[in-house]
Design a protein around this ligand. Structure first.
Ligand code: ADP
Ligand code: MG
Length: 317
């Protein structure tokens, strides 16, 4: 059986992951870089498991991965769900599951491609009730893409003028406006295989991971572990980071759609790098041995409290 890896620019994680699996030599399971150059329809995939670190940037890889699922390949992370998911949906699901999130409003885009005619925007209220929006969210606030990553187009706005100024710069992006969490502490959890959770102290200002054991009180640690477990169970990601901003002792889930999280040794520190390589190795081998395709899919639609009981009873789920 083979485990394949699709990679981007990073070096440390892929090499360590492949080396470790091959050294372990469990049940003859081998790991290697996937090699691709055109895929036939319904082509069988030779890999039992593929770890995908880059299909968000390479669309052909996403197409290849969806086809691979048809031949029973367990893909980390699910290429169908990753294509469908977005952060705004994540906030809504999390809030229904009792996870604290900042108040969030998803906004219509500022601009549209030239071939979108005004008639196609007839459902939209114009102008937007900016005062009502700001009354709900408060100021300062964060304006950021509903499906973004890597801190691109993330703005902290302090006034209505600043909000409109930055919104006007966002063009065709779909943005959310979000309550500012004035955090005393920020935690980034590595989440591997939905249940292996490592909460790490993080300094967003300098974008730095900090090795400091015991940075959480037992109660806060327990709450963060509980919330991260709920989030990964609902969204189905096997490789993710979940970020919490803690204000007045409450962990607000800020960003929990990171299906190809940074795993470069120089940025996550050697300590957490070793943890991640171990957890990923264990997960990939386990999935090669016993992974069921159904485990790749999100569960939010089955979790109590997400879809109202009255609708559930009428066969909507
Ligand atoms: N609501 C918020 N309150 C306080 N800080 C925030 C908020 N939203 C985002 N941030 C800050 O901006 C950073 C980037 O935002 P995030 O939602 O994580 O987007 P990305 O996916 O681009 O990382 C966060 O790590 C955090 O430091
Ligand atoms: Mg983030």
């Amino acid at each position: 059986m083979k485990i394949g890896l699709l990679v981007g620019r990073e070096n440390t994680f892929p090499l360590a992951f492949i080396k470790k699996i091959n050294e372990m030599d469990v049940d003859g399971i081998r790991a290697e870089f996937v090699r691709l150059g055109g895929t036939k329809e319904a082509e069988p995939c030779e890999y039992r498991v593929i770890v995908d670190r880059i299909s968000h940037d390479i669309r052909y890889y996403r197409a290849f991965l969806k086809n691979a699922v048809l031949s029973g390949t367990y893909v980390i992370n699910n290429p169908f769900w990753w294509s469908a998911d977005d952060k705004f949906f994540n906030y809504s699901v999390a809030s229904k599951l009792g996870v604290a999130i900042p108040r969030t409003i998803c906004l219509p885009s500022k601009a549209y491609p030239e071939d979108v005619w005004p008639e196609s925007l007839r459902n939209l209220v114009f102008p937007l009730d900016w005062q009502g929006i700001v009354d709900y969210i408060g100021l300062p606030a964060f304006l950021k893409p509903f499906d973004g990553g890597g801190w691109r187009h993330v703005y902290k706005v302090h006034s209505m003028e600043e909000l409109l100024h930055y919104y006007d710069l966002t063009g065709e992006l779909c943005m959310v406006l979000q309550q500012f969490i004035d955090f005393e502490h920020y935690v980034r959890c590595f989440c591997i295989g939905k249940t292996e959770i490592m909460p790490v102290k993080y300094d967003p200002k300098h974008r730095r991971y900090i090795v400091e054991h015991g940075h959480l009180t037992p109660a806060l640690g327990e709450r963060i572990m509980r919330d991260a477990l709920i989030i990964n169970e609902a969204l189905g990601y096997d490789m993710n980071t979940v970020e919490f901003a803690i204000q007045d002792g409450i962990p607000y889930a800020i960003d929990f759609m990171n299906p190809a999280p940074d795993m470069e040794e120089s940025s996550i520190t050697s300590f957490y790098f070793d943890w991640v390589v171990n957890a990923m190795t264990k997960l990939a081998i386990e999935k090669a041995q016993t992974g069921k395709l159904s485990d790749m899919f999100p569960r939010w639609h089955r979790m109590p409290g997400v879809i109202p009981a009255v609708k559930a009873a009428s066969n909507i789920v």
